[in-house]
Every structure is written in structure tokens, then in C-alpha cells.
Design a protein around this ligand. Structure first.
Ligand SMILES: CC(C)(COP(=O)(O)OP(=O)(O)OC[C@H]1O[C@@H](n2cnc3c(N)ncnc32)[C@H](O)[C@@H]1OP(=O)(O)O)[C@@H](O)C(=O)NCCC(=O)NCCS
Length: 368
């Protein structure tokens, strides 16, 4: 059996920052509330569609791996906020990269989409279906956000990162994982307005209302991430003391602390980005992985654990054995177009474009 080594990594963060003080200019909230409840200080707002963020992150990951786009057999793009339903975003990335031999698919399991995508691509590499794959975690949530709802608007941000995985004889890459879904709680996180069941409500694209039961999600997240971690570690034949670095999904600092305590991992072995980026849904874990590598927190042979949860409520944990190389083979000159606006200005534009978000929701809302 082959392994699927992670040989390249790259991120692309939109430059416009929306800090807690900026949110408080149009929402009844405060830095004190957001910091004490979530640990979040600021997040990014994208001035470009997700296909462009993904393209830059992917070009950087390919340069890091020393791989040409034409050598890719597969692109898996994890997201729940696609630019368009059809065609999928992965095909846009294939086009921009010139990766014309690659199959291209999107995966949506909300915040766990990158990790479900990593499992899918790893399985295809390990069974010989493909040799070289690109896995992207990207989210541009800001156009879908209900900016009048302080319960959710303070939590999320935009971002992208990608990894290259390649067939290898060395035992590295994902060595064990556990995936699951607590569908009885799928109503606790629902973005109303995205999808065909809303067709009769005459919604404008991007008009959304979020059903969100924060406390129930919190409990389910701690439970799901902890159980998944224990199961994945057991499948890998190790216990929590073997974990060199945990890189969890970053929705809330308190969730991360509770999971670390339950699983038995000290907080100094947990990598955090939640304070600077908030919850970037499927982009969260890959961005954190890239930054952990950039900061030298991932060493040759490190054992990593990546517990996560998302809408659905999906949950998972992966055990990753890092290979020998922790530095990029090359760099890409590709970057985003300049952004002239601040985070607050970008959000104010979105609010204007979305118009009166409540008008589409006068009709009773359907439920599946
Ligand atoms: C959302 C979350 C931060 C709320 O924290 P909490 O400690 O549960 O807070 P509560 O729900 O008890 O809210 C307490 C109060 O703060 C208020 N509040 C909510 N958002 C606020 C904000 N941004 N600023 C100020 N006050 C706010 C509430 O209205 C409530 O007021 P009330 O007591 O007068 O009704 C927390 O539940 C959480 O992180 N849940 C997980 C959700 C998540 O991460 N989802 C992403 C899924 S991938």
C-alpha cells in the first residue's frame, strides 16, 4: 500500500482586516464580549471571489512541492460558500492553474470540508487511482453572512489554503482518521437562503438568515472532536502523549481548550489562529497548518492531530505523520490584486448589495 505524503503547502489570506472594534461600528457588540466568549480579535474579509484566493494558495502549494500544475491528477476543493453552484469552484482552479489533466471536484461538509476532502484524495492516492492531488480549503463567507445578526457575524472570516499530496513509499501523510456526522443536530447550524428549497421566497442571491444554536453546537463540537480524536489516535496505534502538535478547527478558543483537556493534550502543543482569523470554516485547519510550518512548529516526522466539526453536524479527526521536509522547494510569484478598501468598507458594500435581507423571509421557511 502506498502512502499519500503532504509535499506542498500554501495559503492566501485576503488583506482587509475587520477587527472587533470595526464590527462594533455597525453591530451592538464589543471587543470585550467577543474576546472573552470566543478568543477572536480580528478576521479577514475577501475583496475577490474564492476562485482567486484558491488559485493563489494552490500556486504557492505547487511551488512549495516543486510540482507543475500539469502533473496534477486531481483537485479537491473543500468549501460551503462556492462562487457558483455550477460550474464548481475546483474546475475554476483547474482552469486558472492550467492543470488540464486533473479531475476537479468540490466537497461540502461545512467546516470539515477540507478534511473530508483530504480523506478522499488520500484514499485515491493510496489506492493508486491518482498520483498527485491538490486539496484546497477555502471560504468566502462574508457575502453570505447576515451582518445584522451579532450571534454569528462576529465569528466568521474568509481565507484559503491548499496542500499537495503525492504517492510515496514513506509512511507519511494521513495515517488514520475518523469521520462522522450528528445529523440529528443539523438544524443547529443552517444558512437559510442558499439552495433550491428557498425558490418560492424570491430571495436575492446572498440574502441569508442564519439559524444558529451556539450553545448546542458548542456541546456537540466538544463531544464530536474529542471522540473523533480518541478514535483516530486509537486507529493510529498511539495515545495523546505521542501528538507533537494539535491543529484543530478554530471556531472558538473555549471549544479548543475543552477538546484539548478531554483528549489530554497540553495547550502549548495546540496551534492557534482563532485570535487573528476567527472561524474560516473549511480554510481554518489548512491555514493553521501552513502557518505552523512557517513558524517552525512542525518538525520532520512530527505527529499531528487535526480535530474538527462543522454544519451537519459533521465531525472528524485526522492523525498525520509529517515527512522529512518542512521547508518549501520553491515559491510562487502569484499574488492577489491590490485591495483599496478596509474590512469595514467591504462589509458595508456587501450590506448595501444585499439590500433588505429580511424581505425574502416573510414566507414560512421550509425545512428538510
Ligand atoms: C456563539 C458563542 C460564542 C456564544 O457564547 P455563549 O457563552 O454561549 O453566549 P450566550 O449564547 O450565552 O449569549 C449570552 C448573551 O450574549 C449576547 N450576545 C450574543 N452575541 C453577542 C455579541 N456578538 N456581542 C454581544 N453580545 C452578544 C446574547 O444575546 C446573550 O444575551 P442575553 O443573555 O441577554 O440573551 C458560543 O456558544 C459558541 O462559540 N458556540 C459554538 C458556535 C460555533 O462555533 N459555530 C461554528 C460552527 S463551525
Amino acid at each position: 500500500m502506498k502512502y499519500a505524503a503532504i509535499t506542498g503547502w500554501g495559503k492566501c489570506m485576503p488583506p482587509a482586516i475587520l477587527d472587533n472594534a470595526g464590527l462594533a461600528t455597525f453591530l451592538e457588540t464589543s471587543d470585550e464580549w467577543i474576546t472573552s466568549r470566543t478568543g477572536i480579535k480580528e478576521r479577514r474579509i475577501s475583496h475577490v471571489p474564492m476562485t482567486l484566493l484558491s488559485h493563489v494558495a494552490s500556486a504557492r502549494a505547487l511551488a512549495c512541492a516543486g510540482l507543475d500544475a500539469s502533473d496534477l491528477d486531481l483537485i479537491v476543493l473543500g468549501t460551503c460558500s462556492a462562487d457558483e453552484q455550477v460550474p464548481n469552484t475546483a474546475s475554476g482552479v483547474q482552469f486558472l492553474l492550467g492543470a488540464n489533466k486533473a479531475a476537479a471536484m468540490d466537497v461540502n461538509t461545512a467546516c470539515t470540508s477540507f478534511l473530508y476532502g483530504l480523506s478522499s484524495a488520500t484514499a485515491m492516492v493510496r489506492t493508486g487511482v491518482v498520483r498527485n492531488a491538490l486539496v484546497i480549503g477555502v471560504e468566502v463567507i462574508s457575502p453570505y453572512m447576515d451582518w445584522s445578526n451579532r450571534n454569528v457575524a462576529v465569528l466568521f472570516g474568509d481565507g484559503a489554503a491548499a496542500v499537495v499530496i503525492q504517492a510515496s513509499d514513506e509512511p507519511s501523510g494521513v495515517i488514520a482518521e475518523k469521520l462522522g456526522c450528528a445529523a440529528d443536530a443539523r438544524h443547529t447550524l443552517r444558512v437559510r437562503g442558499m439552495g433550491t428549497i428557498y425558490g418560492n421566497n424570491q430571495l436575492q442571491l446572498g440574502d441569508t438568515r442564519w439559524d444558529f444554536d451556539g450553545q448546542e453546537i458548542f456541546k456537540r463540537a466538544v463531544h464530536g472532536m474529542s471522540e473523533a480524536s480518541q478514535a483516530a489516535l486509537q486507529r493510529a496505534g498511539v495515545d495523546s502523549t505521542a501528538v507533537d502538535l494539535a491543529i484543530p478547527h478554530q471556531a472558538n478558543l473555549r471549544i479548543i481548550e475543552a477538546v484539548a483537556k478531554r483528549v489530554g493534550i497540553p495547550m502549548d502543543a495546540v496551534y492557534l489562529t482563532v485570535q487573528r482569523y476567527g472561524n474560516m470554516s473549511s480554510a481554518t485547519v489548512p491555514v493553521a497548518l501552513v502557518e505552523a510550518l512557517e513558524e517552525g512548529r512542525v518538525k520532520p516526522g512530527s505527529l499531528l492531530l487535526t480535530p474538527a466539526f462543522g454544519g451537519g453536524l459533521t465531525w472528524c479527526a485526522h492523525v498525520i505523520r509529517w515527512g522529512e521536509r518542512v521547508t518549501p522547494l520553491g515559491t510562487s510569484g502569484l499574488s492577489l490584486p491590490d485591495c483599496e478598501q478596509s474590512g469595514v468598507e467591504l462589509v458595508q458594500d456587501l450590506i448595501k448589495r444585499k439590500g433588505n435581507t429580511s424581505k425574502g423571509f416573510e414566507a414560512p421557511l421550509p425545512t428538510l
